[in-house]
Design a protein around this ligand. Structure first.
Ligand SMILES: [Zn+2]
Length: 242
């Protein structure tokens, strides 16, 4: 069994699927599972992934689920352009998402919840899926999977209010060169709430100023550069006029 065996943060996952090739017949549905075992407490990242791979290989499977979502991140397992084995009649053209833990009594919480909702939301957006394309394993099985505590009513409500937190700016983006670099043209996004613009440290003060004074909306790196120009001009004028 070939697995990707890579752990991504939610932001990294979003970037990863942006340019990901989902195959000539991309997945047209998501199937949500819980692992039941391993539990959230017994999850040990790479070690557990290796154990799961062994388990599937023992069944003679060449593929398994596509993603394992835990407190420590989003684990890439079977490549998403391949049909996996995870939900019987729903295996074809679906992405199998395993939320690590047992959710028969408790709902998702903490980082697991953030990672699960975030991954589902960005995948739905990337693949153009609606709530009707979101399945639970128990829709086609007598199991409780993804756990009795998880209902579609709850999940849909959570997805509606979910917002991706802005990415924390990294030190290496703090370069003045970026100020004069050409802005890559990106197509306008159809859902504003999912847009996040990483603000480099050197532009933070200017962006805060523009946002606080509601001068204009920051929706692109072009806006960030405008904010810096505007803020410098403002400081200059303030200086000159004492
Ligand atoms: Zn399942």
């Amino acid at each position: 069994m070939e697995i990707i065996n890579k752990r991504l943060t939610l932001h990294e996952f979003r970037d990863y699927i942006k340019g990901y090739y989902f195959g000539s017949l991309p997945a047209n549905k998501l199937v949500i599972h819980h692992t039941w075992r391993p539990t959230r407490e017994s999850w040990q990242g790479e070690q557990t992934i290796a154990g799961l791979k062994n388990y599937y290989e023992g069944k003679g499977w060449k593929v398994g689920s596509h993603l394992f979502i835990a407190d420590d991140g989003i684990w890439l397992f079977t490549p998403m352009q391949k049909n996996g084995i995870h939900a019987g009649s729903l295996n074809l053209r679906s992405i199998g998402i395993e939320v690590v833990g047992n959710y028969n009594v408790e709902k998702w919480s903490g980082e697991t919840k953030t990672n699960a909702l975030g991954a589902i939301k960005v995948l739905m957006e990337r693949l153009g899926l609606t709530e009707n394309d979101l399945f639970f394993h128990r829709d086609v099985s007598s199991k409780s999977c993804p756990g009795w505590a998880i209902t579609k009513e709850w999940l849909f409500k959570e997805l509606t209010v979910f917002r991706l937190k802005p990415r924390i700016p990294t030190a290496d983006s703090a370069s003045l060169e970026a100020l004069s670099a050409p802005t890559p043209v990106s197509p306008p996004s159809d859902s504003d709430e999912m847009v996040f613009i990483p603000v480099p440290a050197w532009a933070q003060e200017a962006v805060d100023f523009v946002v606080t004074h509601r001068l204009f909306k920051i929706t692109s790196s072009e806006d960030i550069r405008d904010a810096v120009k505007f803020y410098r001009f403002y400081l200059l004028i303030r200086q000159t006029h004492g």
